[in-house]
Design a protein around this ligand. Structure first.
Ligand code: GDP
Ligand code: ZN
Length: 455
């Protein structure tokens, strides 16, 4: 029995008290192994992709009443025979169904092994497999949408399309190198240059919105800064109130840092150092101007809070100035009170300013929209898809880009075609690695080991 065809099984629904849980098997022995413990129709005889009623038994003992889905290779998730046993008896019974099925013909699946088989059997490529994992781990609808589009293969279609353009140039160049007497080298060089430039452009687009998108995956590091009593805590409370839930509250590295995540619309804000805001009312006084500078440096987004009922202090003018190169929103709070603030001495643009009353929850919707327009713009491609390359894919995109840059340099410097072709081939290979072509075993193993059991 070879490795690929041994039969694996796992519970593939989340643990907990769901109404139905599924034990999934994949491999040559899947049907036979279930049949040994199944009382009902002869599963060897039923057509593929059918659901069959019966009981799972251990010798004479009935363990659970089940519905068994039979899916024969190759039109299945793994391209192998798959059996899914829908159990009704709760977690304990499901566990018992699984242990009854496991035996000489079936072993326990490793984490991610079903998806790994789908990949190794050519059913999905590496970007799609990675997206399955992202989907399992996604926290917001945006992440979910991005993952769905990756699972759906939009990203790998784009990569494959770029490679298709490139392979034609490679074929041409190889003919020219093998038969120099054809003397069409100049044409090939031109074609190579055109293709390289066009691929580079498209790569740059993906790289740009993926880098932009990393922020969305990991959370937008957000600093709420401002003088004492302007309403930072009140703003924080407004953000909490306006939202479904605080996702996590994790102790930071030092005693007095606390990083909190909140979901705002489609985005996750990772609030930097809210300890100062929660526990004292004098962030700047207590922690010092130095501290707020550290926060500004680390932040992807600065929410600078000012009190509309007071005049600007010199420190606040300084803060406005210090944050001018950041993605920021200058929030004028306490707009319910008579207004004394005068911003004419600053160079603030109208669209950077947002008026709110944190105490009364006024302006939350506008704040949310402004943050969304700052961070969601530019992550959709021309087809309206959100394709976020992960760190591994980005690394390879950058590598491809470098190789293509040297192709352009080579062509400009009249380097012989066979040498330029080396770089061009290199670029073609890196793009292939993104979708898992010639992916080294260690990479594949490492990747799938991060999956959860049963996927
Ligand atoms: P922080 O020191 O910047 O965190 O400011 P706080 O959120 O603790 O608010 C300072 C004071 O301003 C408190 O008494 C709040 O009730 C009050 N405050 C905050 N937001 C508003 C607002 O929108 N309108 C009014 N009238 N008072 C506010
Ligand atoms: Zn406060």
């Amino acid at each position: 029995m070879n490795f690929m065809n041994d039969t694996i099984a796992a519970i593939s629904t989340p643990t907990g008290l769901g109404a139905i849980s599924i034990v999934r098997l994949s491999g040559d022995n899947a049907i036979e192994a279930v049949m040994e413990h199944f009382k009902g129709t002869d599963l060897n005889q039923v057509p593929t992709h059918t659901i069959n009623y019966g009981h799972i038994c251990d010798a004479d003992e009935v363990i659970d009443e089940v519905m068994v889905t039979i899916m024969r290779a190759p039109k299945t998730y793994t391209k192998e025979d798959i059996v899914e046993i829908n159990c009704h008896g709760g977690p304990y019974v499901t566990q018992k169904v699984l242990s009854t099925i496991l035996g000489s013909k079936v072993r326990m699946a490793e984490p991610g092994e079903f998806t790994k088989r789908a990949f190794l059997n050519g059913r999905i490529d590496l970007t799609e497999a990675e997206a399955v994992m992202d989907l399992i781990n996604s926290k917001t609808t945006l992440q979910e949408n991005a993952a769905v589009e990756m699972v759906d293969g939009a990203f790998s279609r784009m990569i494959k399309d770029l490679r298709e353009q490139m392979i034609q140039v490679i074929a041409n160049a190889e003919v020219n190198i093998d038969y120099p007497e054809y003397d069409e080298e100049e044409l090939t060089r031109q074609k190579m240059q055109k293709t390289t430039e066009s691929v580079l452009n498209q790569l740059q687009e993906v790289i740009d919105y993926s880098e932009h998108g990393q922020v969305l995956k990991s959370g937008i590091k957000t600093a709420i800064i401002g003088a004492p009593n302007v309403g930072k805590s009140s703003l924080l409370n407004m953000l909490y109130r306006g939202n479904r839930a605080i996702v996590t509250s994790i102790p930071g590295t030092t005693r007095d840092t606390l990083e909190e995540e909140i979901t705002i619309g489609q985005l996750v804000l990772d609030l930097i150092d809210t300890a100062g805001i929660h526990h004292t009312d004098d962030l700047i006084e207590k922690l010092g101007i130095e501290k707020s500078h550290q926060m500004i440096t680390r932040a992807d987004l600065v929410l600078l809070v000012l009190d509309g009922s007071r005049q600007l202090s010199a420190e606040e003018v300084q803060l406005i100035n210090d944050t001018k190169d950041k993605q920021r929103i200058v929030i004028i709070n306490k707009t319910d009170l008579p207004q004394k603030i005068d911003l004419s001495q600053t160079n603030l643009a109208q669209e950077e300013i947002l008026k709110i009353s944190a105490l009364n929850g006024i302006g939350f919707k506008e704040l949310k929209e402004q943050i969304e327009s700052m961070f969601l713009a530019g992550i959709e491609n021309s087809n309206g898809e959100v394709l976020l390359a992960n760190a591994r894919q980005l690394g390879l995109l950058n590598k491809t880009q470098e190789a293509l840059q040297s192709v352009l340099t080579g062509l400009a410097d009249d380097v012989p075609l066979d040498l330029v072709l080396i770089d061009f081939n290199e670029a073609w290979k890196s793009l292939g690695e993104i979708i898992g072509e010639n992916a080294p075993d260690e990479l594949v193993n490492e990747l799938f080991s991060r999956f959860c059991l049963g996927k």
